[in-house]
Design a protein. Structure first.
Length: 409
């Protein structure tokens, strides 16, 4: 049996129209279901990397105000029925627990032994705080894991508390979560600024909509639509291969991207800069999902790209509303201390020496250095004799009127 619906996402919004949850919650839940269903089977080739359509979606509203959980509870059973091999892990789990879960689900047994498949998983967090916890080190590790796996590297290595290494081959993680605005503070500020905030799609709402009064889900029309959604999502999950881009789609994207760079340079808040620096990839990811929602052909057309761009443009006000709810001042203090140490050194400095002078736990230091590397404040090199070394970037030194030297100096 082939597809029964012309546009899966549009049909999903029709299916959820009687729910009290805001339509935009259902829209992004629907896109999350598509993202999880597609898995690591479809990609777009960019300059020197492949882009996969995994997204991180976070529904943000005060408790009881907008029916966040209800929106997710409608969608997740459809995913589980349509894509039987898509593992879903819910709520409270440690970073190590998540890595183990992905690793365990990526192994299949054969007569000749175990085969390691792609490490795909949907992470469902009914409350973000249960995923990150209020423990700073655990939150930092979870943030790092999600940040580094967002671009779906060929391999992700995770260091445990006992200095053991667990690896995931070809990770593909999608995140669908919800939170009260005040609980956004569980995301450490260094991780937020270092990249996770720019990868999160935060969908903010202050109220629910009026649903249609009903006592039962036993509606034949609704039941038929649900079956069609399951059928088509299953078909969508079987597609695989490289998506081609039409010239019109690429031209539209290039024009938008040029303007985006100018807006990023003009922005003063580094957290919003982080959104600008990553949202161009997210726009393409969403465009890929729109394409998969509407057609079996692996073609990214102009209208798909226009939809992805429009959804991301709608995100900017949401990000600005959410910025004030994240972070603390501790990150700024550690950041300035690290910059001051490297400025005083004036050249490359060994990681172990810098770690000792900073006086931070290893995990916290790694989060801080990742942030400064991402924003271009410091540079890293791996030298034969000294191991990993850091120095201030030329751009950062130019702000101070300094000069720099090469790693070999």
């Amino acid at each position: 049996m082939g597809r029964q619906l012309g546009d899966w996402l549009h049909s999903y919004l029709d299916y959820t129209e009687d729910s009290e949850s805001p339509e935009k919650f259902h829209l992004w839940v629907g896109l999350s279901l598509l993202s999880a269903a597609v898995k690591r089977q479809v990609f777009v080739t960019r300059v020197k990397y492949k882009l996969y359509p995994n997204i991180y979606v976070l529904l943000v509203a005060e408790s009881g105000m907008a029916r966040k959980s209800a929106a997710m509870d409608i969608g997740l059973p459809i995913l589980k029925e349509a894509v039987l091999d898509c593992p879903v892990i819910a709520d409270a789990t440690t970073p190590e627990g998540l890595v183990k879960f992905i690793h365990r689900n990526s192994l299949i047994s054969t007569r000749s032994g175990k085969i390691n498949l792609d490490g795909f998983v949907m992470v469902h967090a009914d409350e973000l705080a249960t995923l990150f916890s209020h423990d700073k080190i655990r939150a930092a590790k979870m943030g790092t894991l999600l940040t580094r796996c967002y671009m779906c590297p060929e391999r992700y290595d995770h260091t445990t508390a006992r200095d053991d290494t667990m690896s995931i081959k070809k990770p593909y993680i999608t995140l669908l979560g919800a939170t009260d605005p005040l609980n956004l503070k569980v995301i450490p500020e260094d991780i937020a600024i270092g990249g996770l905030l720019g990868r999160l799609i935060m969908v903010v709402s202050g109220s629910r909509r009026r649903g249609r009064p009903t006592w039962s889900d036993d509606d034949p029309k609704s039941n038929d639509l649900r079956k069609a959604l399951i059928n088509d999502l299953n078909i969508i999950s079987q597609g695989m291969g490289e998506m081609t881009k039409t010239p019109a789609a690429m031209a539209l994207y290039d024009q938008w991207y040029e303007g985006l760079v100018d807006r990023e340079h003009a922005e003063q808040d580094r957290r919003i800069k982080g959104f600008f620096s990553r949202c161009h990839d997210t726009a393409v990811k969403v465009a890929m999902l729109i394409s998969r929602s509407r057609t079996d052909s692996l073609v990214l057309e102009e209208n798909h790209m226009a939809g992805g761009i429009a959804f991301i443009e709608d995100q900017l006000p949401e990000i600005k509303r959410s910025i004030a709810w994240t972070g603390t001042t501790t990150h700024q203090q550690d950041r300035q201390k690290l910059i001051a140490i490297l400025k005083d050194k004036g050249t490359w400095m060994r990681r172990r020496d810098l770690l000792k002078l900073m006086g931070l736990p290893l995990d916290q230091f790694d989060m801080l250095s990742l942030t400064l590397l991402t924003e271009g404040t410091i540079k890293k090199s791996d030298l034969p004799k000294d191991g990993i070394v850091y120095r201030l970037s030329i751009e950062e030194l130019d702000k101070k009127g300094e000069s720099t030297s090469s790693p070999e100096a």
